[in-house]
Design a protein around this ligand. Sequence first.
Ligand code: FMN
Length: 409
Amino acid sequence: MAVGSKKTAVKKSAIKPVAKVAAARKPVAKKTTGKAGGKNANPLGLEKKLPGQFDTLQEIALAAYRKLPAPVWDHLMGGADSEMTLRRNRAGLDALALRQRVLVDVRNIDLSTTLLGQELAFPVFPAPVGGFLGKVHHEGGPAVARAADSRGTTAFIATAAKPSLEAAQQAVKRKLIFQLYVRGDRIWIEGILDRVRKAEYGALCVTVDRNFYGRRERDIVSGLPVKEGFGDQSFQASLNWKDLIWMKERVGLPLIAKGIATAEDAVLAVEHGADVVYVSNHGGRQLDHAQGSIEVLDEVVRAVAGRAEVLADGGVQRGTDVVKMLCLGAKAVGVGKLLGLSLSAGGEAGVARMLELMELEIRTALGLMGVTSIKQLGPQWLRAVPILGTPSSVSAYPLLEEAVRRNAR
Ligand SMILES: Cc1cc2nc3c(=O)[nH]c(=O)nc-3n(C[C@H](O)[C@H](O)[C@H](O)COP(=O)(O)O)c2cc1C
């Protein structure tokens, strides 16, 4: 039986929106004078900053850390079992260095790309993060859709996103991508797919790496009332490749297969109608001891051999992470935890600012590498290097890592 179904599956009504949980707590500034943090626990004055004023991604993550109750933080930032996959996502990125060329005129740098024919101003998008959006924001899906649209990119909206799949797409003119979890029989799927088509989404993304619910032990131990998903999970567990063909036909939209981690499955995905192969291990929340996303990217790109577009996510927290994934053949890159952090820290404006800072980091990295267009990127820009430090979900942000180590909320 999948985890948490009895002991930790608490009624939906027991899930308090974070805003309410946070409101019940003392203001952050007063709280940080305690033993854990000392007088300087909040030296950046984050509590005074409006979301649009965050200067760094690190501040966004720190603000979220101070705002979120510990179990919700753990739910967002944790992974399955020993969290080896989660750490490998970062380790794989950290094991690559960027090469740089100098004396190139980099005043103009083109970051634009396309996804299924749709223009993206830069190659980053909010990945689907299910019901989490609704936990930390009263609006959820529409807020993320608007934030992405305001920065010229598109958002993936998960099946569990609140308030409804229709509300998210109605919030923006830009075509969004609907991400499907299968929680019912064919009639149930048909109902959802018909709604997706009617709502005028741009593509269907079927997540294929969640046939079982990963054992996220932080949630089990904290007792956070996180459901393992709505509806009947066994339908997801019984999915097979032919179902993809049927779903694509029914919805009449381009198909994205999310959660591909091998060359073999990349080939099968293309053969079963995938227009986009999305390399992902669910941010390390599903199979433990899997390979890091960036470690499998090259084999997937080779196997796809130009027959589909390739997206990727996993451990991406910096513009340089995005650049590395692009070098290995990803067309655009998703952020999951970082989306959750920015929505928690600053709502819609926080997500927009996160995307803006991501874009700034990518532009800065490319400028310093002597690259004027992401089209120039390729494996020749990368070198394998020894990893420094201990990769984790907070290791890309030294100030945050330090705050977490000191438990300085
Ligand atoms: C809180 C949370 C909820 C998620 N929910 C979903 C989901 O509903 N559907 C899905 O396909 N992936 C889901 N994911 C996985 C993300 O789409 C993405 O693959 C992953 O977070 C990328 O890794 P990163 O968090 O290191 O950026 C979720 C991730 C997080 C952190």
